[in-house]
Design a protein around this ligand. Structure first.
Ligand code: ADP
Ligand code: ZN
Ligand code: ZN
Length: 745
């Protein structure tokens, strides 16, 4: 029998995980030693016995075999919380491809001792009426931050300090000034004596409607029966999904369990967080990118020791080491930010399902526009599906208009505002109501379309749009197909065949030109570079300091602006024509979510979608807010072409200093897979081809795509390629794997 070795780390601090020691696994322990298990090993010169964690198993070693010591025994205490985290890291590494160290660092927190996080609260000192009066006076004096703070305190007697600082965007100096004026006090947790006060727990709770009750009963019922499972809640925006999450988490806590609540950072709004604080008080903690490493570590220690029951945060909150996890909830399940962009390139959905299976926990996914993946699995019966079609109360869905930009051009309108949008904007300015203009600049990836007829230049082999390169060629990033850019549109012979290049800045200029006097705020990657400026722009807009907010996709997420009664999507096609099979899905999601921004207050909203392809199914179904119709068309397309979720896809990204070597490595890899695994069994090997960004900081990039119906076949491919790379390792070359990629490379 071949010898097997265990890679063991003695100290599992994040910064020490690269200190890995190899031990032989005695045959008697072959079954008992696997990643995550605690083992006793002889350590150092004196062979002192120590406890370590197994992080990997291998059949090879870089040392002379006779020099390697053997594992002494397996720890009797069973799997620990830390062991489980290592198990998760091992799974990440094997499912997504990465080094053991990168996987461990993803899962384990940076150990950094610091003074425990000091919890502070902002307490109201005057009555609600007096506070409201003060808020009005501050608003009159244009003291907007003060007004915002006081208005929040009118309804809440006390608020967590971090919530006020971060989400209400009130500066510490403003708080001090208000404290001096006698409107509020700031208290430290340690002198805080009445933990239930903030959580007027029983009040203001809506009576759940039957659709909501059905989800809670379904999730809790299967949990109690011992089949926690995965549940998908498809509910239109405002249908009461958050209320459902609160209900499920509450029941879990009552059973002594803990909960992970995943929310994309961009959707972590004041209103949403407040609801969690009100329901769970000090038992909830919020994880976000503004926390320091020390604060994060402290938070994780508190989770481990049972001081908190709920953690709210983005993707990485998944790895919170709760001793008794009951449920992982994933709101806005379709969001791209759930996929890690660095290695291991894990998806939070799949990882949540794996972690839940280890802990016997439930998974609840929620979205108004579920990902094709989730809805497809639900249709196969792998997830339990719940539909929530109505909004409680009487808020109505907005009226949607579609403008055909081809017609606008034909009729002589060259402005980026179609006539419908222009007249509605004028109306709003006159009525002092707010408008959001949305430009999906992210979609600008060099696609080329005809401004006269809307024809898009596509790859004849892949049904994705071609990208324009500077030298005038059009390239397909899936198969490498190339052609010269034609002089005229192949469909209508118009010379207006061009890339769409308007950015948010140009839109802002156009507003100044065409609507003089309108007050504009712009939000995009440029204006939000500083940490707090995102919140700043949002609160300025919420305070009605501007009439029009122009922005990229970051403005369409989860924010409520009651003053907004018009949403304009300037060119819906921008996301449609990404050279990417997910383009239709992304467009549908963005349009549906953008439409959901209009008319959140009392007044009904209107939406204008401007597009060169008004007949495209993503546009048509988004305008009707018809998810089912969209899903039907989209899944048929994926089935036809074998794209995820119907089949799985593995992208291999090769970066190389020397162009030819990258290409050669790619070819060798493709050949190896063709030879060893064959194209039989449905494995498709596509490429190598130059990546869409062919050169990045002087590294040449090539891609290889593999597709198969069975994910584990692709994992096998990845394992083979990893071994191959190890043997053929070149200096100045890196290979990365990305399963079911969100973007093409
Ligand atoms: P979603 O998360 O689906 O967008 P929310 O849970 O935020 O929906 O609910 C939208 C609004 O409706 C919130 O203001 C919420 O308080 C309210 N709401 C939720 N459920 C009910 C209910 N059963 N009765 C009355 N109002 C409700
Ligand atoms: Zn044309
Ligand atoms: Zn192609």
């Amino acid at each position: 029998m071949t010898e097997r070795y265990a890679d063991v780390i003695i100290d599992i601090a994040h910064e020490k995980v690269d200190k890995v020691f190899q031990y032989k696994i005695p045959t008697g322990l072959a079954q008992a030693v696997y990643p995550g298990v605690r083992v006793h090993v002889p350590f150092g010169r004196g062979n002192q016995e120590k406890v370590g964690y197994v992080v990997d198993i291998s059949e090879e070693t870089d040392y002379p075999a006779e020099k390697i010591k053997a594992v002494l025994g397996v720890d009797e205490k069973g799997m620990s919380v830390e062991g489980r985290q290592i198990q998760i890291a091992y799974w990440l590494k094997s499912q997504y491809g990465s080094t053991t160290i990168a996987a461990l660092k993803t899962v384990l927190p940076v150990r950094q001792k610091q003074k425990p996080l000091e919890k502070k609260k902002v307490l109201r000192c005057l009555s609600a009426a007096q506070t409201a009066q003060a808020a009005v006076e501050c608003a009159k004096k244009h003291q907007r931050a003060k007004a915002r703070m006081l208005a929040a305190l009118e309804t809440e007697e006390e608020l967590p300090y971090e919530l006020v600082r971060q989400k209400l965007n009130v500066a510490a100096s403003t708080l001090q000034a208000l404290e001096k004026q006698g409107y509020l006090t700031i208290e430290k947790e340690s002198c805080y004596r009445n933990p239930v006060r903030m959580t007027d727990r029983q009040e203001n709770r809506p009576v759940l409607n039957p659709a909501q009750q059905k989800v809670i009963d379904g999730v809790m019922g299967s949990y109690r029966e011992g089949h926690p499972g995965v549940h998908l809640v498809h509910g239109v925006t405002g249908s009461g999904k958050t209320e459902v999450y609160l209900g499920i988490i509450e029941q879990m806590i009552a059973m002594g369990k803990q909960a992970v609540m995943l929310i994309p950072e961009i959707a972590l709004t004041y209103q949403t967080l407040l609801r969690f604080y009100k329901r769970f008080g000090d038992r909830v903690s919020v994880m976000n990118s503004t926390l320091s490493a020390g604060e994060k570590y402290d938070q994780i220690e508190r989770a481990k020791s049972g001081e908190i029951d709920v953690i709210i945060g983005p993707r990485s909150a998944l790895f919170t080491p709760f001793p008794n996890l009951g449920v992982i909830v994933m709101d806005e399940e379709h969001e791209n930010s759930y996929k890690s962009e660095t290695s291991p390139k894990y998806h939070a959905r799949e990882t949540a399902i794996y972690i839940a299976s280890l802990c016997g926990a439930s998974v609840v996914l929620g979205s108004a526009t579920p990902s094709l993946e989730a809805y497809y699995r639900a249709s196969l019966g792998q997830y339990q599906l719940y539909e929530m079609r109505e909004r409680p109360g009487n808020s109505v869905l907005p009226v949607v208009h579609i403008t055909d930009l081809r017609k606008e051009l034909k009729e002589g309108n060259r402005s980026i505002f179609g006539r419908k949008l222009r007249s509605l904007m004028e109306e709003r300015l006159f009525q002092k109501e707010q408008t959001i203009l949305f430009l999906n600049r992210r979609g600008y990836a060099g696609f080329v379309s005809c401004r006269a007829c809307g024809h898009v230049m596509k790859c004849p082999h892949c049904d994705v749009s071609l990208s324009e390169h500077r030298n005038g060629t059009l390239t397909c990033h899936y198969c490498g197909y190339q052609e010269r850019k034609p002089e005229k549109c192949p469909t209508c012979a118009s010379p207006y065949l061009m890339g769409f290049k308007a950015g948010t800045e140009q839109v802002e200029e156009a507003i100044h030109r065409e609507f003089p006097g309108a007050r504009v705020l712009r939000m995009d990657a440029d204006t939000t570079r500083k940490k707090e400026s995102y919140e700043k722009i949002l609160s300025a807009f919420a305070d009605e300091e501007a009439d029009i907010l122009v922005g990229t996709q970051m403005i369409v997420k989860g924010h409520d602006f009651p003053g907004v009664t018009l949403v304009g999507v300037l060119a819906a096609d921008l996301s449609l024509n990404r050279s990417d099979y997910r383009a239709g899905e992304r467009t549908f999601q963005l349009l549906t979510q953008a439409a959901g921004r209009a008319g959140r207050g009392e007044r009904p909203g209107e939406v204008v979608i401007q597009t060169y392809q008004p007949e495209h199914y993503s546009v048509v179904y988004a305008a009707k807010q018809d998810y089912g119709g969209f899903y039907g068309e989209e899944i048929a397309y994926r089935e036809l072409l074998g794209y995820p979720p119907v089949e799985h896809m593995l992208a291999v990204l090769i970066a190389s200093r020397v162009q030819e070597e990258g290409e050669k490595l790619g070819e060798q890899m493709a050949e190896l897979i063709r030879k060893e695994m064959g194209e039989a069994g449905g494995l498709r090997v596509i490429g190598p081809a130059q990546a869409s960004i062919g050169k990045l900081s002087d590294w040449y990039r090539h891609t290889l795509y593999l597709r198969h119906g069975n994910y584990q076949v692709l994992v096998e491919v990845k394992d083979k390629l990893e071994r191959f790379c190890k043997e053929h390792e070149q200096r100045e070359q890196t290979v990365q794997f990305d399963f079911d990629p969100m973007n093409t490379y």
